[in-house]
Design a protein around this ligand. Structure first.
Ligand code: N01
Length: 482
């Protein structure tokens, strides 16, 4: 049977989906992208210091290795250019309908009926939602924020018209984003204030630039570059994937020791060192990887504020100790709503059931790719998948391979509709929740890994199990109709 496919979103996962669908012979396809460029998170996040804390030779598509990465951890604009280049070279860009935000997606009469914000409609057989995990900014309602006389914005909505050099800049948050901003800005500002609610575990990394000769070597030796990619991907998985699901693992203890050495050796002032010392298990929140955060926060023009934010006033931030921190620019590096998968698109499955309704009591997806009652609707990096300190590209590649095998059931004429059964989904979810008990995410910290009930919204099994599950679908877990 011939199938029309729609991909939602032209970020890392959407670009990947189109390339792999086309390779598999699905040529009737369209991408709906709300913005005017590809890139997803790398398009949206342009804050100073943005980089990926997964090594670039691992944070690359396995089929599009890039010999030209400038650094071990390359900066965001380079990553954005990489995705743009891949999309152009693989004929993805011409399939994208830019400026078309999908508002609704309804399954009727065996097909998906799509509508965008501009009124465009389409009817397709298969939908792949590649809408990202960390997309909707979390913007706390700080009292008095509307009275602030300086410039104020969220880190993912950076206002590049606002001057920073020689000004007083404050950043709220100490996640990966705030730490990267700190490293980039401390030396540019007249005074830099970091508002920390929770101290972080900070893993030291080196970020050397690749020399011209090294890049030439990568170009001349694609097999060597592949070996490097495979080695780094494996090393990252080995380093983190077991540590996060077993709080007693030696690897987690090693990570903690390495982070503590970093703190002890690099922060000289005992008072500051104690304020920067985390009081929960490493990797409970996403680990911070930084070559120089501790050095930068000790700069004479930098200040770490650990008193709670009480309110925002016209001149700056008032903390609970009564101090007014005067600022010209205030950045909310306060993270994202990790529970807003696929939103704001309304997705209605079989019998008019709304995806919001299915997810009312918590996000649920079979192996993070599909939902019962939503036939031929798949997600990349969907709910409860492997997230953490490794490459989401690896995960999306595994998921695309899995989805293509499901689509083969339709193409081969063995069914017209495929969706996971409730039984398989509920059983896996129960098992996933049970396994969560032994993970580091539930050892007593606040993080975007946890859902509103405090259950980690992530893969709580081994990464090897995820690879095994993705290798070949268990069709008994699916309902095949038609
Ligand atoms: O967001 P976060 P992020 N008052 O949620 C604080 C990826 N990423 O944008 O810890 C005061 O981690 C909050 O405080 P607390 C990566 O997966 C990757 O930094 O909850 N503070 C926290 O410190 C990462 O995990 C790269 O107490 C408030 C911060 O805001 C994810 O994106 C680079 C507050 C939010 O931290 C998100 O990172 C950057 C309030 N009301 C990001 N509300 C790479 O290098 C929140 N906070 C790949």
């Amino acid at each position: 049977m011939s199938m029309r496919c729609a991909v939602i979103g032209a970020g890392m996962a959407g670009i990947l989906a189109v390339i792999k669908l086309r390779e598999a012979g699905y040529d009737d396809l369209v991408v709906y992208e709300k913005a005017d460029r590809v890139g997803g998170t790398w398009r949206e996040n342009t804050y100073p210091g943005i980089a990926c804390d997964v090594p670039s030779h691992a944070y690359s598509y396995s089929f599009e290795l890039n010999p030209d990465w400038s650094h071990r951890f390359s900066p965001g604009p380079e990553i954005q250019a990489y995705f743009q280049g891949v999309a152009d070279r693989h004929g993805v860009t011409e399939r994208i309908r830019f400026g078309e935000e999908l508002t609704s997606c309804a399954f009727r009469d065996g097909r998906w009926h799509l509508r965008t914000a501009t009124g465009t409609t389409d009817v397709v057989d298969v939908v792949i939602a590649a809408t990202g995990v960390l997309h909707h900014p979390n913007i706390p309602a700080f009292e008095g924020i509307e009275t602030f006389e300086g410039a104020w914005f969220h880190s993912s909505r950076w206002d590049h018209s606002v001057p920073l050099d020689g000004r007083r800049v404050g950043v709220i948050g100490t996640g990966s984003t705030a730490v990267q901003i700190t490293s980039a800005l401390v030396e540019r500002t007249a005074h830099f204030t970091l508002f920390q609610r929770t101290a972080q575990w900070v893993l030291p990394i080196d970020n050397p630039a690749f020399s011209d000769a090294e890049r030439e070597d990568f170009r001349a030796d694609p097999a060597g570059t592949r070996t490097l990619h495979d080695h780094l991907s494996r090393a990252f998985r080995d380093a983190f994937s077991h540590a996060v699901i077993d709080v007693n693992s030696p690897r987690l203890a090693e990570i903690e020791a390495e982070c503590l050495r970093n703190l002890e050796q690099n922060v000289t002032d005992p008072d500051l060192r104690e304020r920067l010392r985390p009081t929960y298990r490493a990797a409970c929140k996403r680990l911070i990887a930084s070559p120089d955060f501790y050095q930068k926060i000790q700069h004479p023009d930098a200040e770490l504020v650990t008193a709670a934010i009480e309110r925002i006033e016209p001149k700056g931030v008032r903390t609970a100790d009564g101090v007014l921190h005067e600022l010209d620019v205030l950045v909310s590096a306060t993270g994202f709503r990790a529970d807003r998968f696929v939103r704001p698109t309304t997705v209605t499955g079989r019998d008019g059931v709304d995806l919001d309704e299915v997810w009312r009591d918590g996000l649920l997806a079979y192996l993070s790719v599909a939902v019962p009652g939503f036939p031929n609707f798949f997600m990349l990096n969907g709910p409860n998948g492997p997230i953490g300190n490794f490459s989401l590209i690896d995960i999306a590649e595994l998921q695309v391979g899995y989805i293509l095998q499901l689509l083969e059931e339709i193409r081969a004429g063995r069914c017209r509709e495929i969706s996971p059964t409730w039984e398989a989904t509920r059983n896996l979810e129960a098992e996933r929740r049970e396994a969560a008990v032994g993970t580091v995410w539930v050892t007593g910290c606040r993080s975007w890994y946890l859902d509103r009930d405090g259950i980690p919204a992530s893969w709580t099994f081994t990464f090897d199990r995820f690879c095994d599950e993705m290798a070949a679908p268990k069709l008994e877990a699916y309902e095949l109709i038609g």
